[in-house]
Design a protein around this ligand. Structure first.
Ligand code: ZN
Length: 307
């Protein structure tokens, strides 16, 4: 880690001189510190040669950790360890609003959020890479909107805004992820529903069988509310899920163990990183975004300035 800088407030432009590339949407131009955000573990950036660590404050408090700025194939990327360094934040304690806000405040308009999941079908065993196209929210305690009517520290009051989440993932980001996996001979599963549970416990067998019976594909604890918060900030968001275990209802043994999850993740992190980097390199310039995400607010006034 080379430098550490502190950026005082993610609610407005924070240093930097350029713009974020003429992106769609409202609010300040942000900065040009990053084009793309990656929310994932430290395994994705810790080996990069030149990484700058910056601390960001947001109106919602601090994100999970510092942002780590680095470059992949000439693209400026902000990495954010979802669980904090040392993995101290359980999924239900993650400040998802601060995380997405922080990424946008440094200029990121496209976000990839890889996560580990359990497979809900026997054919989706450990090592399967699945790029979901649907999301089911089974969380319980997480704030999942910026439009909650509560004033921000600066006094702005969010309006009542309802964004569409019919298609929760950016189609462009999904294609980049799928192509990147195929390019590394890791045939991905294209589509399926990610059901996000509250955690931190794993599912009971009955819950898992119910998830399977609904036709859902994989189960995780962190994909929500990232997708909806990204949409509310007009960010492109997509996820790559790595199956680390068969969920309780899809196997016949003792059920999921944390050790098993960690072991399978460690065995696949190198190639997942490769896929992720190729996907980052393939994303379009922020200024040319033409997907639904970039116009999610449809010109509606959010009541506050987007970072
Ligand atoms: Zn998009």
């Amino acid at each position: 880690m080379a430098n550490t800088e502190h950026v005082a407030n993610g609610a407005g432009p924070v240093g930097g001189t350029g713009t974020a590339g003429g992106t769609a949407g409202t609010g300040s131009a942000g900065t040009d510190l990053a084009e793309i955000g990656v929310i994932g573990g430290s395994g994705f950036y810790s080996f990069l040669d030149d990484v700058t660590e910056i601390q960001i404050d947001t109106p919602y408090g601090p994100p999970s950790d510092s942002l780590f700025l680095g470059e992949i194939a000439g693209r400026r990327v902000a990495f954010l360890p979802r669980h904090g360094r040392g993995h101290h934040l359980p999924p239900h304690r993650i400040n998802y609003r601060a995380n997405l806000w922080a990424l946008r405040s440094v200029g990121a308009r496209q976000v990839l959020g890889p996560c580990a999941v359990g497979g809900l079908r026997p054919e989706y065993g450990p090592g399967t890479l699945l790029v979901p196209d649907q999301l089911v929210d089974r969380t319980k305690s997480r704030t999942q909107t910026y439009f909650d009517g509560l004033p921000l520290p600066g006094g702005a009051v969010p309006n009542v805004v309802h964004v569409s989440l019919a298609d929760p993932y950016c189609p462009v980001g999904r294609e980049a992820a799928l192509d990147a996996a195929r390019g590394r001979d890791w045939e991905p599963v294209d589509g399926g529903a990610l059901v996000v549970i509250e955690g931190p416990r794993f599912s009971t067998r009955a819950e898992s069988l119910w998830h399977q019976a609904q036709g859902w594909s994989v189960v995780g604890m962190t994909g929500h509310p990232e997708a909806v918060l990204a949409r509310e900030l007009e960010l492109c968001y997509s996820t790559l899920t790595l199956v680390t275990d068969l969920d309780a209802g899809a196997e016949t043994g003792e059920g999921v163990s944390h050790e098993e999850v960690l072991r399978v993740f460690a065995a696949n992190v190198d190639r997942l990183r490769g896929v992720l980097f190729d996907a980052v390199a393939a994303l379009p310039p922020n200024g040319s975004r033409d997907c639904l995400c970039a116009k999610a607010l449809g010109g509606m006034d959010p009541g506050f300035e987007l970072p």
